[in-house]
Design a protein around this ligand. Structure first.
Ligand SMILES: C=CC1=C(C)c2cc3[nH]c(cc4nc(cc5[nH]c(cc1n2)c(C)c5CCC(=O)O)C(CCC(=O)O)=C4C)c(C)c3C=C
Ligand SMILES: [Fe+2]
Length: 429
């Protein structure tokens, strides 16, 4: 992440400190050359400004961070608006916040500091600084709007999509209200943990006086440099997780299951998606005492290869009809994949984008507070996540080892189309 005005293709601008110069990594320097050339002569410009490999375009039809291949790290946070004015004043404050957040997000994803950074020794810097000198590491920043935003405060009740109805109770959940809900949500994903964290911190800082952070969650996958991107990542139960996920580059599946289309009752959501987040604790100690065959029966897949119990390779299609010699199905009736598979749910699919988490221990029990921060994107949670979770909650063998302890549902509007446009502009017009 480079500071504005401090570097060009030909070298640092006047006033760059030696410390700032040293901090500029090669990727950040190259990226700045591509995006921040104001004041350079034509000779200074690269022949062709190819998109650098470490950054994901911010502007577009859809928000980045949904179809984007999952990065190594997650910083997720929800925020509540603290406004107390008239509807018009509150709406104006929300509009201004989202404009500032959009500009900051656009800058950070392209390796720049949040706008307004300065060298004034008498003022706090606009950017908190922990990502100076780092590349954006494929940072994506995705905004979600919670159902509570559509109450009386902003006059938005008539614009609440039916699909954003509050999630019903989904037993056997045991939700902590302090890890649930929120007016706004930010999903920041990057291949560097500090770059992702830097986002949720700086957006809180920009919004001071208008928003407060409600809860947050850090998550991790496996590092890109350690097989990430080639191997299906494993969850903390040791199983490959994501084998039969929707591939983000399959436009037909994305249009069919993930992107909101003309079917919506709220045109401002066209091109958007609905994010369900569930903090799911795993009873890791109990799981680690379970024998291998039972663990594999719980999922319906082999632990090491990831193959369905009816196949030999991870990519083999599960055969849900196959019976063992005694007549029982090879993939048990309560196996997670049997219950969740689209073949057994009228074609229903979701895009999963979860991350592992570990947050010390649960004081009451001394057990690890660890598990899966489950994130799923879909066109309509009523017919997708909720329908699937009702079935899993009632029958899944995995329930013995997990508990849903946090929750959120957010409408992710379409992408900001071009510089100068803000997130959710159509909603707030
Ligand atoms: C409501 C939706 C789902 C929840 C909640 C959920 C929790 C959860 N899942 C795993 C581990 C695995 N899930 C796998 C597959 C899978 N899971 C869901 C949905 C939910 N999972 C779906 C739709 C699927 C695909 C099923 C299929 O089509 O075969 C797998 C298998 C590998 C894979 O395909 O990804 C694993 C492993 C955990 C640990 C968990 C809660 C902690
Ligand atoms: Fe699952």
């Amino acid at each position: 992440m480079s500071r504005p005005g401090t570097s060009t293709a030909s070298g640092p601008a006047s006033g760059t400190s030696r410390r700032g110069l040293l901090a500029l990594g090669g990727a950040a320097l190259a990226g700045t050359a591509a995006v921040g050339l104001a004041g350079c002569s034509d000779d200074d410009k690269p022949a062709k400004a190819a998109a650098p490999a470490d950054r994901v375009p911010f502007y577009g039809t859809h928000q980045a961070g949904i179809a984007t291949p999952a990065q190594d790290r997650l910083a997720f946070a929800t925020y509540d608006l603290t406004v107390s004015g008239t509807v018009a004043e509150n709406r104006a404050a929300l509009r201004q916040l989202l404009q500032q957040w959009t500009a900051a997000a656009a800058a950070m994803t392209q390796g720049k500091t949040v706008p307004g950074d300065n060298d004034n020794p008498a003022a706090p810097p606009a950017d908190t600084g922990e990502a100076y000198g780092l590349s954006p590491a494929n940072l994506t920043i995705t905004l979600g709007l919670g159902g509570s935003l559509f109450d009386k405060r902003f006059g938005l009740a008539g614009k609440r999509p039916a699909a954003l109805a509050d999630l019903p109770k989904l037993p056997p959940e045991n939700l902590d209200p302090e890890r649930s809900g929120g007016d706004l949500a930010i999903q920041a994903c990057a291949d560097d943990p500090i770059v992702a964290f830097h986002v949720i911190r700086n957006l809180a800082r920009i919004g001071r006086g208008t928003v407060v952070m409600r809860w947050s969650q850090l998550g991790f996958g496996n590092a890109t440099g350690n097989g990430g991107g080639k191997e299906t990542p494993r969850n903390l139960m040791g199983f490959k997780d994501g084998t039969r996920n929707i591939p983000g580059d399959d436009t037909s599946l994305m249009d069919g299951h993930v992107w909101v289309g003309d079917e919506t009752d709220q045109p401002w959501m066209r091109g958007g998606s609905y994010l369900v987040a569930r903090r799911i604790r795993m009873r890791i100690e109990a799981w680690d005492r379970d024998f291998l065959q039972d663990q594999e029966n719980v999922f319906g897949r082999a632990k090491y290869t990831g193959a369905p119990l009816t196949g030999a390779k991870e990519t083999d299609q599960p055969d849900f009809a196959k019976k063992a010699a005694g007549g029982d199905p090879v993939i048990p009736a309560d196996a997670h994949i049997r219950l969740a598979a689209h073949e057994n749910n009228g074609g229903v699919r979701i895009l999963r984008r979860g991350y592992s988490f570990t947050d010390g221990i649960v004081p009451a029990t001394g057990e690890l507070d660890a598990g899966l921060f489950f994130i799923a994107y879909q066109k309509d949670p009523r017919t997708q996540f909720i329908a699937l979770q009702r079935k899993l909650g009632a029958h899944d063998a995995l329930n013995e080892y997990i508990q849903h302890v946090g929750s959120g549902l957010f409408a992710c509007p379409p992408g900001a189309r071009a510089a100068g446009t803000g997130w959710a502009q159509e909603l707030l017009a």
